[in-house]
Write a protein that binds this ligand. Structure first.
Ligand code: R1P
Ligand code: URA
Length: 284
């Protein structure tokens, strides 16, 4: 039995942060960072049956072309992803009344629709790309025991060596291949770096000096067995690594709103975000 302090429930039996009961969530879940992006997604549902939330974690669940679907805002960062994925997993795999694991473990499909900055000359602003792999520069996965594939270890080791000056322990997660085939077969496939911040950890300097002045240049030029690092954001590696560990299927599709290579920000970021939303919903 899982004790009350391990898996905290609200008075109505819902999970602590997401404020959801098992019946409130579908087994295909779109993740967005910004809570204001939730209605931008759910406005395309045929109908919305549930709107719930707490803090930055807003959920809308409804139906699209007869199939149940949810959209959840995760807020910013892999610390939030830890909360969202653990609580979603509990909604599917723990009997919240007895606090026992369900006899049959269920998997869900997670599709992130995010925004991101390019660090690769082949990836321009207003492009939509998919993360085939994601590399976490944050410490989330130091707190979990996860099996890494040979491919993931290869990518991790090259990046660890290239950035040894940081003393970080990068981890790697992979997109689910069948979700890539379904949702992103025609998108540019890249490797995403998930950073533990937006400014210094993404090599930005406004009024500070960065520890690694050539961060973007070095990351963008690495050869990872023929693959290249394409973009920077703050959630995908956590989503992939935790989903890989739990047995959920995940994919992250990012609208490129900034280019760190040619120092540009999109003139119409909402337009590329809207295109990414429609691309995913059309393929659902
Ligand atoms: C930073 O502005 C935020 O935007 C990106 C980053 O990952 C970070 O969460 O994603 P979202 O647009 O999904 O929030
Ligand atoms: N989100 C990020 O985390 N970085 C960017 O450069 C753009 C969006």
């Amino acid at each position: 039995m899982i004790n009350d302090s391990e898996l905290i429930l609200n008075q109505d039996g819902s999970v602590y942060h997401l404020n959801l009961l098992p019946e409130d969530i579908a087994d295909t879940i779109i993740f967005v960072g910004d809570q204001e992006r939730v209605p931008l997604v759910s406005q395309h549902f045929d109908r919305i049956e549930i709107k719930k939330g707490k803090r930055e974690f807003i959920t809308h669940t409804g139906y699209l072309r007869g199939k149940r679907i949810s959209v959840v805002s995760t807020g910013i960062g892999t610390d939030n992803i830890d909360i969202v994925i653990n609580e979603i997993d509990a909604l599917f795999n723990v009997d919240l009344q007895t606090k026992m694991l369900n006899p049959e473990i269920r998997s869900v499909d997670i599709i992130r629709i995010g925004t991101s900055g390019s660090m690769n000359p082949n990836v321009a602003t207003d492009q939509i790309i998919v993360s085939e792999f994601a590399v976490g520069f944050d410490s989330l996965m130091q707190f979990y025991k996860k099996q890494y594939t040979e491919e993931e270890v290869g990518i991790r080791d090259i990046i660890t060596n290239a950035f040894s000056e940081f003393g970080v322990k990068p981890y790697v997660g992979k997109a689910n291949e069948s979700l890539v085939e379904r949702y992103a077969y025609d998108l540019y496939k890249g490797i995403t770096v998930t950073a533990p911040g937006f400014y210094g950890p993404q090599g930005r300097k406004v009024r500070t000096q960065e520890a690694a002045p050539r961060f973007i240049e070095v990351a963008g030029s690495l050869d990872l067995a023929g693959r290249h690092i394409t973009n920077l954001e703050m959630e995908t590696a956590g989503i992939y690594a935790l989903s890989n560990m739990f047995g959920h299927r995940a994919i992250s599709i990012n609208a490129i709103v900034a280019s760190r290579v040619d120092a540009r920000f999109s003139e119409q970021p909402q337009a590329v975000i809207q295109r990414a939303i429609l691309l995913v919903l059309d393929r659902f």
